[in-house]
Ligand binder design. Structure first.
Ligand code: ACO
Length: 325
């Protein structure tokens, strides 16, 4: 009998109250940084973001999203035998955020590890968990994207600090005789590592290098649109399907102009793209599962439909998974 993995529950977590562009503009003005609601909306489509308060960690947001996904799936945390957390803002250097989540959920014994592929992290984690379930290494997995990106932003750099937010999204993935995940494809080009990075580290008790995110926005924009198109087509073809059979496109939520350009290149109507970047800003590894959860809970994504999930981010990394709900 064929063995596949299937999404049986989704969940989200967003910290505190939304911070509107107007409120962000006011806070930045206090430190002499000039920006405007008009600039942010016109260039990015972002209208608000959630910012974690002091002491709120990626593992806490991940746990909250995981509990919501488990409730939707009707499963207990102790039934989970694999936890994959995609994050670039882990609580610690080690142990992994996944191990902290496992402890907080009181679900010991299964495998737990983090995936580091920045904004592609959730799709990398989903492809990894799918492969582990199909090969019998795991039976019931939590795949979580969780970030507190606000901690690695330079709040004096207006070209980056207005773009990001904090949050977590999770799915429960279980073994099934029906698909589920129909195909997944992952890529990276390490030669492009310098266009988007946080090039700092801990050494001898001190920060070495630069502890804040830096980005060549235009280079990222060009590459993102190109690879989201190619990997989307590659993944749909690998599933033996065509783009017109895709009911919903959920690309990484970096910027509404990237979403629009990607949908246009792929010939997918705007109405078939789930867009949350206006409400959440760019939450890196959390953005795709947050959008999937929103589209599921508001009733747009229906059982049996095909959803194309796409990630792109630092590394440079990109990937896609075609999933039947
Ligand atoms: N408010 C007001 N003005 C600003 C701001 C701001 N927050 N930030 C930059 N500007 C100014 C610049 O100083 C510049 O002014 P100048 O012309 O007087 O020099 C002007 O706006 C234009 O700056 P550009 O960087 O050329 O603006 P661009 O149109 O390229 O938009 C943006 C910048 C939004 C970052 C764009 O390049 C982009 O969308 N890139 C994609 C990157 C992205 O979305 N990254 C997210 C993370 S990556 C990922 O998730 C894959």
């Amino acid at each position: 009998m064929n063995r596949y993995s299937r999404i049986v529950g989704t969940g989200s977590a967003l910290p505190g109250e939304p911070v509107s562009n107007a409120e962000l503009v006011r806070r930045l003005a206090e430190r002499g940084v000039v920006t405007s609601d008009e600039w942010i909306v016109e260039r990015t489509g972002i209208r608000q973001r959630y910012l974690a308060g002091a002491g709120v960690t990626s593992s806490q947001l991940a746990c909250q999203a995981a509990r919501n996904a488990l409730a939707a799936a009707g499963l207990e945390a102790r039934e989970i035998d694999l936890i994959v957390v995609a994050t670039s803002t882990p609580d610690y250097v080690f142990p992994s955020t996944a191990c902290l989540v496992q402890k907080a959920l009181d679900a010991p014994g299964g495998a737990a590890f983090d995936v580091q592929a920045v904004c592609s992290g959730f799709v990398y984690g989903l492809a990894t968990a799918d492969a582990m379930i199909r090969t019998g290494i795991a039976n019931r997995a939590l795949v979580i994207g969780a970030e507190v990106f606000s901690r690695i932003l330079d709040w004096n750099d207006r070209s980056t600090c207005v773009l990001f937010g904090d949050g977590a999204g999770a799915i429960v993935l279980t073994a099934d005789t029906c698909p589920g995940v129909r195909a997944a494809r992952l890529h990276a080009d390490g030669r492009q590592e310098a266009i988007l990075r946080t090039a700092g580290n801990l050494s001898g008790g001190a920060i070495v290098g630069h502890p804040y995110l830096t980005m060549n926005g235009q280079a990222v924009f060009r590459l993102a649109v190109s690879v989201l198109d190619t990997v989307g087509r590659e993944t749909v073809a690998a599933a033996g399907m065509t783009l017109d059979q895709v009911d919903w496109l959920i690309p990484h939520q970096a910027n509404v102009r990237i979403l629009d350009a990607t949908a246009k290149r792929m010939g997918i109507a705007r109405e078939r793209v789930v867009v949350t970047v206006d409400q959440h800003a760019n939450t890196s590894a959390a953005s795709v599962p947050l959008a999937l959860d929103q589209g599921t809970r508001d009733g747009r994504i229906q059982p049996g439909q095909h959803v194309l999930l796409e990630g792109v981010g630092g590394g440079f990394t990109w990937g896609a998974a075609l999933v039947q709900i």
